[in-house]
Ligand binder design. Sequence first.
Ligand code: ZN
Ligand code: ZN
Length: 446
Amino acid sequence: MPTVLLIEDDDESRRATSELFAREDWTVFEAGDGEVGIELALKHRPEVIVCDLLMPKANGFQVCRAIRQQLQPTKIIVVSGRDYGVDRTGALEAGADEYLVKPITWDLLSSSIDRILPQPPRKPVDENRGAEFHPLSTRLKLWGVRGSIPVPGPATVRYGGNTSCVEIRGDGEIIILDAGSGIRSLGMALEHEFGERSVKLTLLITHTHWDHIQGLPFFLPIYKEKNEIRVLGYEGARVGLARILAGQMETPFFPVSLRELPGNIAIEELKEMEFSVGKVRVCAKFANHPGVCAGYRLTTSSGSVAFFPDNEPYELLKVQVADRDQASVQEAREFAKKERQKLVEFLGSCDVLIMDAQYTDEEYQTHIGWGHGSLSRVVSLALEAQVRKLILFHHDPDHDDEMIDEMLERARLLVVESGATLEVEAAREGAEVWLTPRRQQQAPGN
Ligand SMILES: [Zn+2]
Ligand SMILES: [Zn+2]
């Protein structure tokens, strides 16, 4: 569903516009003043913003300027009760795409949207697949954000307690990254959405540590004959992918074996590091993590997403190992530098990076060699790779909501200190991120 943000201080008029959009199946966010509006715009990155001109805290001109600087693809429609030429010109100069005079009707809005969006959002585009896909955007939804083991409870309600699972919808595909315990809720949501229709999806497994596969036996779509499920991953260190996934469903661990499942499930071991899922291009890279563990970079027509749920930076690890083995520390540093550079290149300029940031820098000192990330190293990696948005992932089971808040604040501070622009979020169960195509760059003249 396309997303709109309404920024309007008049509650009644905002509610009326909200209803117009909601009736057309838009997801609507609302802000009562300009400041909150800018905040929500950066958080939700809607396709369209409808913004009043005269509001407390930040007026429509200020909102347009702030948003235009940071959210190029978002279209802004300014609405005003006044029809002065100077207001119209001022709004367009500040970055608005349209200027409409109240009262606002759906006809007025929709013809405006048709004009400014290159391909206006429409309802279902792919009848065969039965899913509702938004042709303009790729949507990411986080269903499980935790590492190691699920930790539900009052201390983790805000960020969530389920283990690794991310859903990506783009270019007509449903791609699921990892089958941690978060996949259970995703399965229920898919069955609810599709009903009697077939669900066709691809599950990409990064590795078979339990926190990345333990939800699979509870993923409802595997129990329905109508569904087609492809499971892709690299071979485990000792046994094949299919055997590992089947193994956790054998007696005495589970009452229903994988063989008995009615759903059409194809488990395929990946041999190549580059492949496609429909129109989505996938590149893989092995992560620095015990056993065979891959990270993926997916490129859709709307942008790219990289997923490295478990990964340890090489820097300190290599030096420590060199120290222990009495090898050359200098050589170890060189090796680490090269490996890091390869990762920087792999992640280069991706729109969203979801990355293992399990430990604070202090905690990492006592967890070197455990296979997980430390906060400042992950931030510096994302900065170096010029990523647009970093999502801190694989939260430690011992970290409660406050602790994750603190880590997020620390990460954002590091970005500010660097002077660069990088959006940072801590992965939160239920959070959605929309990717919209970047504005076409104008070709330089000869
Ligand atoms: Zn893990
Ligand atoms: Zn792992």
